[in-house]
Ligand binder design. Sequence first.
Ligand SMILES: [Zn+2]
Length: 146
Amino acid sequence: MKHAGCCHCGAIRIELETSRAPQDHVLGACQCSFCRKHNTRAFSDPSAAVVITAENPHALQLYEFGLKTSKQVICNRCGVYVAMILIEGERVFSVLNIDTLDDRALFKRESRYPEAPLGGRHAAAKTRLNSNLTGETRVFGYTNVA
Ligand SMILES: [Zn+2]
């Protein structure tokens, strides 16, 4: 099943493809300082695929903090946080801000227990121990990203 979405202004489009029903996905409540400020409902699933497209490369802004091993994709025009991406060679992993999707209301299952500060998805991605990231991620509109 495909789920489409975009940032607020539409400059960045998002497509999520997953075989699992929305109610079967458990969303993360990442406790990193960035996600806490955005109150992010984080989606990741190794069996899902994500495509992020910016027709205008200037719309896609990448923000880094902390250990700077992951990048936060933000719309440069409307300011919406779209996804976290982790680039490893040719592969791009992601954690999607589920609230960018048009049918975000279908994704209701939230993590019962917030992830610990250092166990948040971003921190886990940095240690490369988290196999729960969405592995099939393609980003269009930023030339340095595969
Ligand atoms: Zn936008």
